[in-house]
Design a protein around this ligand. Structure first.
Ligand code: NDP
Ligand code: GDR
Length: 370
């Protein structure tokens, strides 16, 4: 039985990849940070009692900033494959915590590669590095491919640039099967609540149900190549199954503005939104509602811009060229943007329907000490 070790197992991609690897017969080991709450919501359905002899998911406490625990866990697990998904992954937050981001996202990758070397696992353990389209940053050329020059625009992207090159360097210097997947934005119902797509789909559901008044966003003009995380973890797996270790772009090849994502999300619940005004004064208004489940006032202002969400330096346009991964990996995304938006909005509508019902029935306690 193959063994995989995942950092970032509690995150969006960690959850989907764990599910995929278990379905392929792997024993999956995940590194989880200690926190004051469980924080395992995304993988609870996969977790088994640690006393179960047939368990397929085993969790270890650890952190990318601590090389001692990484070496110990890798020595204990002796993984065939490592997927380094752990990271401080929020671009805007990286401007607030740049040193920590460099440590976890940049040096964290080095720590894993060194652990493989220290333990003499260069020929046994393959490693996948979660690289990102944020490396392209300030537009040099479009669509962006494996050969497009990088120009990172945030502490996050600069840290990931170090991780990218140290992965290439350890492959070339020590013959480790180490690969970068340069993944463009990928989303799902499991996406963190503060990334723009999930922020929009949650707000869409809440506004439609009368649970939220307005959605405040930053740069509505930003263009992103959005795919579904489920498709993208398939690519991660394929990248580590090839004869030769290489780096791959994973993207849909279609780009969409944030503003358009908002329109698509509201359209899923039967609400048509139109934008008027410019720059920070731009606003989104309801122009019609065809869904009898939702009573929303026509003309209501549901979207506004808040400068607090702007970044000191922005990445304006991302559109990936996935030709290499399609040709060499045989990878093909199953979801289009419409399917992605539909799944995310449906999940959030269900989530807030449940929450509303619980609240109305008196089961939601605002403060546990009340
Ligand atoms: P998430 O933010 O959902 O998950 C990040 C994971 O990393 C969480 O499990 C988090 O743990 C863990 N983590 C954070 N800091 C540390 C640390 N110091 N040590 C160990 N673990 C840590 O990210 P995604 O699942 O969306 O992304 C997975 C990876 O892919 C990340 O590296 C991200 O930068 C990269 N990426 C993501 C893309 C996307 O569009 N989603 C695109 C390209 C790259 P906790 O739950 O405790 O916070
Ligand atoms: P990104 O994702 O920065 O591309 O990084 P995010 O969803 O945060 O932003 C996408 C674009 O939307 C604009 N935007 C807003 N973003 C957020 N979060 N909140 C807002 O209110 C808002 N309004 C507009 C942003 O300015 C940006 O242009 C994600 C992360 O998953 C990274 O870890 C990953 O490497 C890249 O995708 C590829």
């Amino acid at each position: 039985m193959k063994k995989a070790l995942l950092t970032g197992v509690t995150g969006q991609d960690g959850a989907y990849l764990t599910e995929l690897l278990i379905s392929k017969g792997y024993e999956v080991h995940g590194i989880k940070r200690r926190s004051s709450l469980f924080n395992t919501d995304r993988i609870d359905h996969l977790y088994q009692d640690p006393h179960d002899d047939n368990k397929k998911l085993i969790l270890h406490y650890g952190d990318l900033s601590d090389s001692t625990n990484l070496i110990r866990i890798i020595q204990q697990v002796q993984p065939d494959e490592i997927y380094n998904l752990g990271a401080m992954s929020h671009v805007k937050v990286s401007f607030d915590t740049p040193e920590y981001t460099a440590n976890a996202d940049g040096i964290g990758t080095l720590r894993l590669l060194e652990a493989i070397r220290i333990l003499g696992l260069e020929k046994k353990t393959r490693i996948y590095q979660a690289s990102t389209s944020e490396l392209y940053g300030l537009v040099q050329a479009v669509p962006q491919s494996e050969t497009t020059p990088f120009y990172p625009r945030s502490p996050y992207a600069v840290a990931k640039m170090y991780a990218y090159w140290i992965t290439v360097n350890y492959r070339e210097a020590y013959g480790i099967y180490a690969c970068n997947g340069i993944l463009f934005n990928h989303e799902s119902p499991l996406r963190g609540e503060t990334f723009v797509t999930r922020k929009i789909t949650r707000a869409t559901a809440k506004i439609a149900m009368g649970l939220q008044d307005k959605l405040y966003l930053g740069n509505l003009d930003a263009q992103r190549d959005w795919g579904h995380a489920k498709d993208y973890v398939e690519a991660m797996y394929l990248i580590l199954q090839q004869d030769v270790a290489e780096d791959y772009v994973i993207a849909t090849g279609v780009t969409t503005r944030v503003r358009e994502f908002v329109r698509l999300a509201f359209a899923e619940v039967g609400i048509a939104v139109e934008f008027k005004g410019e720059g920070v004064d731009e606003k989104g208004y309801v122009v019609s509602c065809s869904n009898p489940d939702f009573q929303i006032e026509i003309g209501k202002e549901v979207v506004a811009v808040d400068k607090a969400y702007f970044r000191p330096t922005e990445v304006d346009l991302l559109i990936g060229d996935p030709s290499k991964s399609k040709k060499q990996l045989g990878w093909e995304p199953k979801y289009d943007l419409q399917g992605l938006v539909k799944e995310m909005v449906e999940a959030d509508v269900n989530l807030f329907r449940r929450e509303k019902l619980l609240k109305e029935s008196g089961y939601v306690i605002k403060n546990q000490f009340e």
